[in-house]
Ligand binder design. Structure first.
Ligand code: PMT
Length: 401
């Protein structure tokens, strides 16, 4: 999303300015072209030379210094960007923007800029919570300016509360999501993804489960978000951090996953079921931790069949494009093709989980896509993010037909 984007970064005089040096560097690493405009106050915290070095372009501060196209011709700089980011945005610049003041280079360029504007307020909590600042922010929101909420925590002035500039990774995620929602090919689509394994309790401390880490499903969710979709991630227990901007529904058992999926299902356009669902559950769950068993007698746990979530969804299918996964250790194509039919799927992603680099808890996967018409597409060993990205390409192609 950021590759090739022209971003004007407006920097005002706040202590969080040090994070913006890193931000500019990271934006460039992601392929964005960046030009920095600083206020005179900001230039007292950090030399414009540093931003010039990091951005690869002269850093503009004053209307009057130099006569190159971007310092004097502020309209040219305003028109250059695809996106304008103000970070950190002090109470002062927010007030100026709300009033339409243009008394220095940054406020002038901002007033002239036709591109989308994002502001990242960062200041002392009292200043942030002051009614004047809040009203100014509301004015900006009403005018279509996007306001990234500040983080809470300890501030440079020694107080604690809202007003911290979010971390650089969070600002980048915000920019990516902002662009994805405007330009991504999946914008406007609702996608339900399931991930990780479900667990069926035996007693209060033990469960029947499987080796799914959630990596495959989380990759699908992340890629769909980057393409602008609204993503609901129904996830079994996982050590992974869910991708930002997903609606996350944590579940433990197959029944909980079924209930969550049924609730979301009527409204979604695409379902991708990467979760490894426990097919069986203990017939009864012990109230207390089961003590050691007699080695001669052993222990038998009676199991019941769990509902098949995907088959249930397939039986109720309306507008939804339904994608299943098939985790197999033998007869991959035959078993996967049967699942397409039995579960009324539009596509299945088959992985032989006995192959090195494929299946459970790896960063890579080796998959084959199968369709109801019998066609098969085999992918080589790829990262799970790449598998997810190609999977979404195919979903989008097939939905159009
Ligand atoms: O999470 P990772 O560590 O990254 O591992 C990825 C993965 C191996 C879990 C993933 O690539 C995968 O194969 N997921 C599907 C696992 C599975 O349950 O496969 P299955 O062949 O048993 O089930 C077929 C399909 O029916 C799956 O989409 C499954 O979600 C669904 N199902 C299965 C049983 C059941 N009771 N309800 C279901 O909805």
């Amino acid at each position: 999303m950021l590759n090739g984007k022209k971003i004007v970064v407006g920097v005002t005089g706040g202590i969080a300015i040090y994070k913006v040096v890193d931000l500019v560097s990271k934006l460039r690493k992601q392929g964005a072209e960046v030009r920095v405009v600083m206020t005179e106050h900001a230039a007292k915290f950090v030399s414009p030379l540093l931003f010039a070095e990091i951005s690869g372009h002269k850093c503009a501060v004053s209307m009057w210094d130099g006569r190159d196209e971007f310092t004097v011709e502020h309209i040219a700089l305003a028109n250059w960007g695809d996106l304008f980011l103000v970070a950190p945005a002090t109470a002062n610049i927010l007030a100026k923007m709300a009033c339409g003041l243009a008394d220095d280079l940054l406020s002038t360029v901002l007033l002239a800029a036709p591109c989308p504007i994002i502001v990242c307020p960062a200041m002392n909590t009292g200043m942030y919570e002051n009614a004047a600042t809040q009203e100014n922010l509301n004015v900006l929101r009403r005018r279509g300016i996007s306001v990234m909420e500040p983080a809470s925590g300890e501030l440079a002035c020694g107080t604690s509360g809202a007003g911290r500039l979010p971390e650089v990774t969070e600002i980048i995620a915000y920019l990516e999501r902002f662009l994805a929602k405007r330009e991504g090919d999946m914008r406007g689509l609702k996608v339900l993804v399931t991930a990780a394994g479900t667990r069926e309790p035996i007693d209060p401390v033990r469960f029947v489960g499987n080796r799914s880490s959630g990596k495959m499903g989380y990759s699908v969710a992340r890629q769909a978000l980057l393409r602008g979709a609204d993503v609901t991630l129904v996830t079994g227990p996982s050590a992974l951090t869910p991708p930002p901007y997903a609606k996350v529904i944590p579940v433990e058992t197959t029944k909980q996953m079924l209930d969550a999926c049924l609730k979301e299902y009527p409204d979604v356009d695409i379902v991708i079921k990467a979760a490894a669902v426990a097919d069986f559950k203990p017939r009864s769950v012990a109230d207390q931790k089961i003590k050691k068993i007699n080695p001669e007698e052993g222990m038998t746990i009676a199991m019941d069949q769990n509902p098949d979530i995907l088959k249930t969804l397939g039986g109720m299918k309306k507008q939804q494009f339904l994608v299943g996964f098939a985790a197999e250790t033998q007869n991959l194509l035959e078993n996967a093709a049967n699942k397409v039919k039995k579960k009324n799927l539009d596509m299945i992603v088959a992985n032989d989980v006995s192959l090195k680099g494929a299946g459970f808890n790896t960063d890579t996967n080796i998959v084959k896509f199968l369709y109801p018409d019998g066609t098969v597409e085999a992918l080589e060993l790829l990262s799970k993010d790449m598998v997810a990205s190609i999977l979404l390409d195919r979903v989008m192609e097939k939905r159009k037909k």
